[in-house]
Design a protein around this ligand. Sequence first.
Ligand code: ADP
Ligand code: MG
Length: 355
Amino acid sequence: MTKDRGGGRRAYVESRECISAERQMATDRLSGRLDRVTTGPTEKAERMLELIDITKVYKGGKRAVDGFSLHLGPGLLGLLGPNGAGKSSLMRIVATVTRPTSGRLHYRGTDALARPELLRRRLGYLPQDFGVYPNLTSREFLGYLAAAKGLSARSARARIEELLALVNLTEAVKRPLGAYSGGMLRRIGIAQALLADPQVIVVDEPTAGLDPEERVRFRNLLSELSVERVVLLSTHIVPDIESVASDIAVVAGGRLLRRGTPEQLAGELSGQVWELLVKPDAVTALQGRYPVSRMVRTADGVRLRVLADRAPSDDAVPVAPDLEDAYLGIVRQAAPNPAGGTTPGGPLRQQAVRR
Ligand SMILES: Nc1ncnc2c1ncn2[C@@H]1O[C@H](COP(=O)(O)OP(=O)(O)O)[C@@H](O)[C@H]1O
Ligand SMILES: [Mg+2]
């Protein structure tokens, strides 16, 4: 439903019906394609890590992860989802820091919940809220963590020098960590995750706070690492994942919504992304009717990029969908009314454009 035909209550009821049909279709699609959804497009025959029907309910009743299944082989998987989607909860479970309320976690066929030490030994984890001791130098800090991980002092020394070179911090080793930039601290975070030569690398929002140059360097590092290892990276920023991961899992509300290459995900919206130029005072009305994936102010007005089944206006131009469009479409389709608003012409009607 792309046009407001009757307004008021009728439009509200119509849009509600449209949304529940849409929801049902999405549910059918999800259950019908569950195996494709969970195993992804590039999976090798080997399943190094399997998350099976994992649910996490926190004290107080918050269901942060809800029946989540995912199979991973070597390579980089990008976990993409809005804040609160459950990404960090999932990563803490994979890192065996938190136990799920229900579900199973297998590492190379062994039960990693019953025997977490097997996975832990081969795991590197960079938590989202990674903290350091500001008075230690990077060498001291990594040395301390290496000892905590049980590495011998001798092998730790060699490994630390190797890692400092890998993350390009050799020149900064004499300075205390308190004097490091955000990007440098992230790199120390990566270095500590690699201390024990892990087979499974879990990095939670690692690109937050990095400048563009650091982002590029970091992406290249992860790409190299993922040749033989499982790398699970989370972010809520589409451009951060687009160029680094060819395998993307979209998560919201604790659920896996889709998995695929950026091209596959974008392809689902073929024919449903439009660009149009409008006057500034028309923007709010359009935002009320269509999901808007981008908006740029120009000298001639505001250029909007919207998702819609049919052309939203006569002068709208169809454009090739990209991952940003796909992400918006997938997340909105799964949770049409996240803000809880129910006013006609409000968030509900926005969703009625996709069937
Ligand atoms: N320790 C906790 N106790 C209670 N609720 C939590 C806890 N950790 C996370 N949550 C809640 O679970 C949901 C998912 O959070 P999180 O896993 O951090 O998501 P994300 O990393 O995708 O932002 C959020 O609603 C969050 O507030
Ligand atoms: Mg998080």
